[in-house]
Design a protein around this ligand. Sequence first.
Ligand code: C5P
Length: 224
Amino acid sequence: PQPRPLAGKRVLITAGPTHEAIDPVRYIANRSSGKQGFAIAAAARAAGADVVLVTGPVELHDPPGVSVMRVESARDMLHRVEAALPADVAIFAAAVADWRVATEGTQKLKKTAAGMPPLQLVENPDILATISKLKDKRPPLVIGFAAETEHLIENAKAKFARKGCDWIVANDVSPATGVMGGDRNTVHLLARDGKEVTVDSWPVMTKEEVAAALVSRIARTVGA
Ligand code: C5P
């Protein structure tokens, strides 16, 4: 039989983009496919965990045995994540929109002689930071992602302070890498232990392989 090092552990994962409505027919989004988060959910399930996957709009099937909740906006995602706690491990792989429009149009915006509609943006809640800073229900292991197009390690290290998470999976998403929407990923795992940050650079792998490697490292940390 397969080893189930995460049996009895509850793992919460976010994935995909979010959609931030502008009006009933338009939204702000990004190019996240959800593939990496879905692969992590499948790998955690294969390791025996109870897995809750909160995903934005993606064209992927539910991984078997995983409890999948489909949401649209960052605010929906935060509410679902909060409702899914407590968890032993939380992995925030979603590419959450940083901004939404201040006031969503109740009707489709129309072209008028007055010119362009002014779209005022406001900041979305930061789900990773919110959960990392919880007092009572903070999962013992909180993992964030850092998708960067330059100064990858430097930018990722700076995130520890802002986000308050324990590990960061940093990946280079420059267009030339084909990571966004693609099937492969080159990642660096940063782990914080007090003030010490260790960096583990992994070779280019498929997103399934990245998921399996991440899950085995999680299992070594929190597993039976
Ligand atoms: O600095 P940045 O926002 O790009 O950090 C990315 C990490 O934060 C990812 O783990 C992402 O899932 C998480 N995040 C979040 N909520 C946001 C923005 C980012 O959970 N509003």
